[in-house]
Design a protein around this ligand. Structure first.
Ligand SMILES: *[C@@H]1O[C@H](CO)[C@@H](O)[C@H](O)[C@H]1NC(C)=O
Ligand SMILES: *[C@@H]1O[C@H](CO)[C@@H](O)[C@H](O)[C@H]1NC(C)=O
Length: 656
């Protein structure tokens, strides 16, 4: 609940004083900007398509030169760097890859998606001593990318000049020195406010400049995006120190996030969270400061009626992570964690293996039948056996509400192959809703909330909350886990922020948990097989013999991206939707150990293993002959993590 006094401020006139500075397309829309939303649905030719694009880690490098050496980060010497990028290397992306990617988006996705989530790292790495980056270059590269999005989605008939919202966030390579981001306002938040002026809602620009975070409506009054500034959570950012101390920007960021989610809950809206660095926490990998991870996991759990899902980039490997709300122990979360190591294929696969181990330790469905345990929507708890009931209780009920999920998309930069993803979501009951393109800025909207004003008024409430006994059960949860260590010391401590309430029990779980409007139904991962493109190009060259430069340029307009996999018709992952329990089920199937793990070469005669499903294509059938009892779900997960780039032998080496 938002304190009534805070609500009064939020909806009061004072807060919207600056609204008049915003251009409004049609005069009558100013009048419509009220809290009474149901009537203001207008006729429009546009409709929701039920899809969005998640794209990340472009890493544009204008120093990239075709034919140079990957050892020299594709800047010099002679090598095999291709014109669209050097797949499977640490080279960044040439302009041609960016151009072709946007050409593909324009041809294939324009008009077919409702918004874009763009999760940072648009600038090249600082990996060439001979050409150090400058702040000007970083901003320039980001401007190039912003202009590309504007170019594709510009629409003069739309209220804000773009046909759909594009939501950016700051990456650790979009700043200088990389990873280091001081308390805002700073030169980066100031510059990005300008660079992203078309994407950050006018009324959020002040908030963004003050913190590097902002919120925006995606479907007015229904769905919002919350763009997190993960630089304040990032373990490698030595300029800040986590989210526990109230003097830290990470603390304020989490307060802001909590208030956004409370307001959205109050308004019966849903939210998608986006950020650059994901909350990875497995093996010796800790991407976020532990105190930030704790709050994030707490909020994801408490606001599970509001948060639809969250998407990240940065790691360049396709995977997902589950946050376990039972790991939340706010008061104890102060210890230091190891920082982000350099992320080679080796450390990436170690990390994926450690994720798998974590997943193996999650509660297992009775008889290990994770693949069919969640086949039904409804359980008659009474009719279930004792084991089944116990299992469901352990995971937070039939919707696995104990957990939350964060998705990581691999990158455009071809560490493996360039890639992007399109997520499909449920639009049931959303026919005729007012769309973003038809909505000029209006003062009743969610995004018109100025954090500074909210903060001023809510500080009293936060202080009051410190007194409340609300924090107790979090402490209780943590204590169970930590086995009474430092019990007396901890008991006296209280969280220094307001612990949000759980969702109301009378409602069904939110769209992240049960299939309803805005639930993510599936995702299609697209990739560009650069090796294949180069081979085709080489063979057509030798066939045709002579070739003009012009021909070559036309040949460059290849149909770049193709579906790598689509969870909607993938009978190996066989995910009914992308709800938390679907990911829980997938995680348990990935984690399932094959008996060949115990006795290296022996093939397991127990054919009742329901996880050993048919390989989806001939390529994998061959693999199967070589390793008869491999867990195909794990193998496929690994294959996809590296965008299909690794060969059988490399995958065999990883699989332990
Ligand atoms: C969307 O959610 C509704 C429930 O609100 C459900 O009946 C419907 O089957 C879902 N649509 C899809 C395509 O899953
Ligand atoms: C990419 O193309 C190469 C060359 O045609 C092929 O050998 C490889 O299997 C392809 N990889 C994927 C993941 O499509």
């Amino acid at each position: 609940m938002i304190p009534p006094r805070l609500l009064a401020i939020l909806y009061g006139v004072g807060l919207f004083a600056h609204a008049s500075a915003v251009p409004v397309a049609e005069p009558e829309q100013q009048v419509l900007g009220t809290l009474n939303r149901e009537e203001d649905q207008i006729e429009s030719s546009r409709r929701l398509s039920g899809r969005f694009l998640h794209i990340t880690d472009f890493h544009l490098d204008t120093h990239y030169k075709e034919g140079t050496s990957a050892e020299r980060v594709c800047h010099r010497d002679t090598g095999t760097a291709g014109f669209l990028g050097a797949e499977g290397t640490d080279c960044d992306s040439p302009q041609a890859l960016i151009d072709e990617t946007f050409r593909w988006i324009e041809r294939n996705l324009k008009g077919e998606i409702d918004f874009v989530l763009w999760t940072g790292d648009s600038a090249r790495h600082d990996n060439d001593e001979k050409i150090p980056r400058t702040a000007g270059e970083i901003i320039e590269l980001n401007k190039v990318l912003a202009a590309k999005f504007i170019d594709v989605f510009e629409d003069s008939s739309a209220a804000r000049g773009l046909s759909i919202p594009v939501i950016p966030t700051i990456g650790n390579n979009d700043i200088m020195p990389h990873n280091i981001f001081r308390e805002a306002p700073n030169r980066w938040t100031r510059r990005f406010t300008e660079v992203w002026s078309k994407f950050i809602p006018e009324a959020q620009r002040h908030t963004f400049e003050e913190g590097g975070w902002f919120s925006a409506e995606l479907v007015p009054n229904k769905l919002a995006a919350i763009s997190l500034n993960t630089m304040y959570f990032y373990e490698s950012n030595s300029a800040v120190d986590g989210c526990a101390a109230s003097s830290e920007p990470g603390f304020e960021h989490m307060e802001w996030l909590r208030v956004q989610l409370e307001i959205l809950r109050e308004r019966k809206m849903k939210a998608i969270l986006i950020g650059h660095v994901p909350p990875a926490r497995s093996g010796d990998k800790r991407s976020w400061d532990e105190s930030c991870w704790q709050k994030y996991t707490l909020f994801m759990n408490r606001f599970r009626d509001v948060v639809v899902g969250s998407v990240y980039g940065h790691m360049n490997v396709d995977h997902f992570m589950l946050q376990d709300s039972r790991d939340v122990d706010i008061v104890a979360a102060t210890e230091d964690s190891p920082s982000d190591p350099s992320f080679s294929v080796q450390s990436r696969s170690d990390y994926l293996s450690s994720l798998r181990e974590d997943w193996a330790e999650m509660p297992s469905p009775p008889d290990d039948k994770a693949s069919n345990f969640f086949s039904s929507d409804e359980w008659d708890m009474e009719a279930l056996g004792k084991k089944e009931r116990r299992f469901l209780e352990k995971i937070g009920g039939p919707f696995a509400e104990r957990y939350s999920v964060s998705l990581v998309s691999p990158s455009v930069v071809p560490n493996y192959f360039p890639t992007l993803r399109v997520v499909e979501y449920n639009t049931t009951g959303l026919d005729g809703v007012k769309l973003w393109a038809d909505t000029a800025y209006s003062e009743g909207s969610f995004e018109s909330l100025d954090w500074d004003a909210v903060k001023r008024d809510s500080s009293e409430d936060v202080a009051e909350a410190d007194e409340a006994d609300d924090g107790e059960d979090v402490e209780e949860q943590g204590k169970k886990k930590k086995k009474k260590k430092n019990k007396d010391k901890k008991k006296k401590k209280k969280p220094n922020f307001k612990i949000p309430d759980h969702p109301s029990k009378s409602e069904l779980p939110g769209p992240a948990y049960s299939n309803k409007p805005f639930t993510w139904l599936g995702l299609a991962q697209y990739y560009a097989n650069l090796t294949e493109i180069y081979e085709k190009r080489a063979s057509s060259k030798t066939q045709e013999g002579s070739h003009t430069v012009e021909d070559e340029n036309t040949a460059a307009h290849v149909d770049l991206y193709h579906v790598e996999y689509d969870t909607r018709d993938d009978n190996l992952y066989s995910m009914r939707d992308l709800t938390v329990r679907s990911y829980f089920r997938l995680a348990k199937r990935i984690a399932k150990k094959d008996s060949s793990d115990e006795s290296a070469l022996a093939s397991d005669p127990d054919s009742s293993d329901d996880e050993d499903e048919e390989a989806p294509n001939t390529k994998r059938s061959k693999k199967k002959m070589k390793r008869p009892r491999t867990n195909q779900v794990w193998r496929t997960f690994l294959d996809r993590a590296f965008v299909g780039f690794l060969g059988d032998d490399e995958l065999d080496d990883i699989q332990i």
